[in-house]
Write a protein that binds this ligand. Structure first.
Ligand SMILES: [Zn+2]
Length: 124
């Protein structure tokens, strides 16, 4: 949903990063830090999404910033550079236009509130 292993709002890592992609994005993440939180957000349409926050941002969620960060993560994940850096293939045109349609439904569906949140438990 948001950038892997990072807070959706300030984009600081909230997980230990074991390995990164050439573009600097986390490839493999390890244990969450103490301040890592998982939150379920309610969108304007009434649907829910799960994102990760750091504890500080979760206390003062800035929904326009969160919305932009979610859109950027979705958009980035559909670029050919992103897919090919991860061993994927360039996207077919039909898939690309479907993805653009999906993105548009997200552009007009901003998060409105935090439904629930919980600390992310450490994997042992
Ligand atoms: Zn944060």
């Amino acid at each position: 949903m948001n950038k892997q292993g990072c807070c959706v709002q300030c984009e600081e890592p909230i997980y230990e990063v074991i390995e990164t992609f050439p573009d600097g994005e986390p490839k493999r993440i390890g244990s969450p830090f103490e301040n890592a939180r998982e939150a379920t957000l309610v969108l304007m349409s009434g649907s829910h999404v799960n994102v990760t926050f750091c504890e500080a941002c979760l206390q003062f969620p800035d929904f326009p910033v969160v919305h932009r960060s979610m859109l950027e993560a979705w958009k980035r994940e559909t670029t050919d550079e992103f897919r090919m850096a991860r061993g994927g293939k360039p996207m077919e045109e039909s898939h690309r236009s479907a993805t653009r349609g999906f993105l548009w439904t997200r552009v007009v569906d901003p998060p409105l509130g935090v439904l629930s949140s919980a600390p992310i438990s450490r994997r042992t």
